[in-house]
Design a protein around this ligand. Structure first.
Ligand code: IMP
Length: 182
């Protein structure tokens, strides 16, 4: 069975995403030119964005780490953030960049940043592909943003609805439509 593609309205195509990722890469190369950078990829949603973003970091001295969190079921946040896969080593004294797919209520990144700051990194900043500031429940401002978007549920380029649509190379708004239609 194929995906219900009629529920998708494209928002950012492959070229628009590539352009923003390249610009973010330039921003990050400038910000971290004089020290090594530990990139912390927040799984699962940011795996596609992170793969493109780190390849835009040129000759920076980059170390990659992966961290799993869970806070969503379907199209709504559970409000509770759980670390499903923690870092395997200390980040004390390191300049760290957290890479996230989207900031929505802000709960996930607020929790993650509070947790990581307790581990004494030299610095901690956040790059997110998408930002939905109108949905914030807690104050949180990401340092590097690909696109600011209105309140809509989006999928593709790593973002999912119940683990589906992550593989799409573009970002699209998902319209749930009538519950009984295919
Ligand atoms: P927050 O804790 O509400 O800021 O949500 C962060 C997480 O919720 C993201 O890392 C995504 O996994 C998920 N999320 C929020 N909005 C969307 C969306 O529009 N599409 C897919 N996932 C989303």
């Amino acid at each position: 069975m194929s995906l219900p593609m009629h529920r998708l309205t494209p928002l950012f195509d492959v070229d628009a995403i590539a352009g923003r990722v390249a610009a973010l890469g330039r921003e990050l190369r400038e910000a971290h030119a004089d020290h090594p950078l530990t990139v912390i990829v927040v799984l699962k949603g940011s795996f596609v964005f992170a793969a493109d973003l780190v390849r835009a970091l040129g000759d920076l001295d980059v170390r990659m780490e992966f961290l799993g969190v869970r806070s969503y079921e379907g199209t709504t946040s559970t409000g509770q953030v759980e670390i499903t896969h923690d870092l395997r080593r200390s980040i004390a004294g390191e300049h760290c960049l957290v890479v996230e797919d989207i900031v929505d209520t802000g709960l996930t990144l607020r929790f993650l940043c509070d947790t990581l700051r307790q581990r004494d990194p030299a610095s901690l900043s956040v790059a997110t592909l998408l930002d939905k500031p109108s949905r914030r429940k807690v104050a949180f401002t990401p340092d590097h943003v690909g696109f600011t978007i209105p309140d809509a549920f989006v999928v593709g380029y790593g973002l999912d609805l119940d683990q589906r649509y992550r593989h799409l190379p573009y970002v699209a708004v998902y319209d749930p439509g009538h519950p009984e239609s295919p």
